[in-house]
Design a protein around this ligand. Structure first.
Ligand code: ATP
Ligand code: MG
Length: 459
């Protein structure tokens, strides 16, 4: 029968895990082994606590706390939708746990169903996930409420057909947002055509957008389909929209109003069906005031507005973005950089980032050229970042966010009980206001063990 049980359990399309009352895993079925533990784990010796969980609004979820609450309330089961962070891969899972007694010992049975693929069927409460948010989180990195709001805006924009204007400083991710809107919309199987309005002269841009017929101008040797026609059924992304000339603004306005175009040199009208997403790092209202940009065009483009936050406004995301880029360059350069020294981290957290995320990405790429050990040091960073901040910054808050970074890194470490160093432990303590009970809970160790560690490390 035991053999039968295993065969049956292995054929289940969900994870089944049995633990003792300390959450040490005693058994897991094939699905759990392959999909939840990514096939890298030997089931024995693993502990359910060792995985990192997030609630759907991206708060850390403590399995210990939750089990403790359950016991305190005299209950033997709980269920919850969680994000499972196992081995760098995010999965949305429906979690249910039930306690049972077998031969007078206490056990728990965990049932974990992967619902990542079911995203569209799930209705989330406001402030949590919107349509495709799970996909967005993998591409547009951030935890900050400002970026969560961007996820929401993208979902709303994707669900509608209206024109979208994305505004924000250089390097804040405007193009990523345009990509996401298209990808999540019903137009996703049709083309996304991108045009950089600043890259071409007026005449070239016009023929690029509208196309032309043979002989329309000197270099027009044959007919050419414009970008508007190419985007038919899909989306056109007009980047740097502030740069288009007055006369093109008038022509664009007509396209927006009438959904028709004429190729240059032709008077035949062609119907086009496309969604327009435009972007700019300029203040269009300011340009309107100076009669550089047409107000009527602005209102046509700006039906739905998305304002990208600067990196300065969401500096708490810096550690997260660093992790993301370090991982990315480790992959592309086959290196194994572990992270940043505390000094380097502080420099990045206090820098003003005029070039936003693109500049951060470049800084990490730069550091990868210079880094000698497994850790990026201050000296590996570009000079302007090493020179330090020009404006005063809230130092205490940023120090704290460096601590969170170290604490998280430590928590992710599988052999954490063996390897915690002084800096990491100080980080966790600082993050928990030096409250030893909370710190011990966070680390999943007893207070006595924490006290011993602190003593050993001379804290
Ligand atoms: N939230 C993010 N997560 C991960 N990568 C990001 C994020 N935001 C931006 N990036 C990366 O930063 C770079 C700049 O982003 P993007 O080109 O979308 O910015 P932009 O606002 O269009 O800038 P510009 O105004 O200079 O054209 C890209 O390489 C992009 O992949
Ligand atoms: Mg851009």
């Amino acid at each position: 029968m035991e053999k039968d049980f295993k065969a049956i359990a292995d054929s289940l399309p969900c994870g089944l895990i049995i633990t003792d009352n300390q959450l040490n895993i005693q058994y897991m079925n094939e699905f759990a082994r392959e999909k939840i533990f990514s096939g890298t784990r030997n089931s024995i010796h693993a502990n359910m606590r060792d995985q990192v969980y997030y609630t759907t609004d991206m708060r850390l979820f403590s399995m210990d706390d939750c089990m403790q609450n359950m016991i305190n309330q005299g209950k033997r089961d709980f269920h919850k939708t969680l994000i499972l962070k196992s081995y760098g891969d995010d999965r949305l899972v429906y979690f249910s746990v039930k306690g049972f007694t077998h031969k007078s010992s206490e056990f728990y049975i965990f049932n974990i169903t992967d619902i990542s693929g079911e995203m569209d069927c799930i209705t989330y409460s406001p402030g949590t996930f919107g349509k495709g948010e799970f996909i967005l989180r993998k591409k547009i990195i951030g935890h900050d409420p400002a970026i969560v709001e961007i996820y929401r805006m993208i979902s709303l924009a994707a669900d509608s057909e209206v024109n979208v204007l994305i505004q924000g400083e250089s390097g804040t991710g405007k193009e990523l947002v345009a990509d996401a809107i298209h990808e999540l919309s019903d137009r996703k199987n049709k083309p996304l055509i991108k045009v950089n309005c600043a890259a071409l002269t007026e005449t070239l841009l016009e023929s690029e957008l509208f196309g032309h017929v043979k002989g329309a101008f000197t270099d027009a040797y044959k007919d050419k389909t414009g970008k508007f026609e190419q985007a038919n059924g899909g989306t056109i992304f007009l980047d740097e929209i502030a740069e288009i000339s007055q006369s093109l603004q008038v022509k664009l306005l007509r396209v927006l109003q009438e959904k028709v175009i004429e190729r240059v040199g032709d008077n035949k009208t062609i119907k086009v069906d496309m969604r327009i997403v435009a972007a700019t790092n300029k203040d269009l209202r300011e340009l309107i005031r100076h009669n550089i940009f047409r107000e009527d065009l602005f209102y046509r483009l700006n039906v739905f507005n998305i304002k990208m936050p600067s990196l300065r406004e969401r500096y708490l995301d810096i550690p997260l973005l660093i992790d993301y880029f370090v991982e990315k360059y480790n992959r592309t350069t086959s290196r194994s950089v572990k992270g940043l020294s505390k000094e380097a981290m502080k420099a990045l957290l206090t820098y003003s980032w005029p070039g936003n995320i693109r500049e951060l990405q470049n800084a990490i790429e730069h550091a990868f050229v210079l880094v000698r050990s497994g850790l990026i040091e201050l000296a590996d960073l570009p000079e302007e970042i090493r020179k330090g901040p020009k404006e005063p910054v809230d130092k205490k808050e940023r120090d704290l966010s460096a601590s969170v970074y170290y604490a998280e890194g430590f928590r992710k470490n599988k052999n954490r009980r063996l390897t915690i160093n002084k800096e990491q432990l100080m980080g966790v303590l600082e993050m928990n206001d030096w409250n030893q009970t909370k710190t011990a809970e966070y680390l999943g160790i007893s207070r006595v063990a924490l006290w011993k560690k602190m003593k050993k490390l001379g804290i």
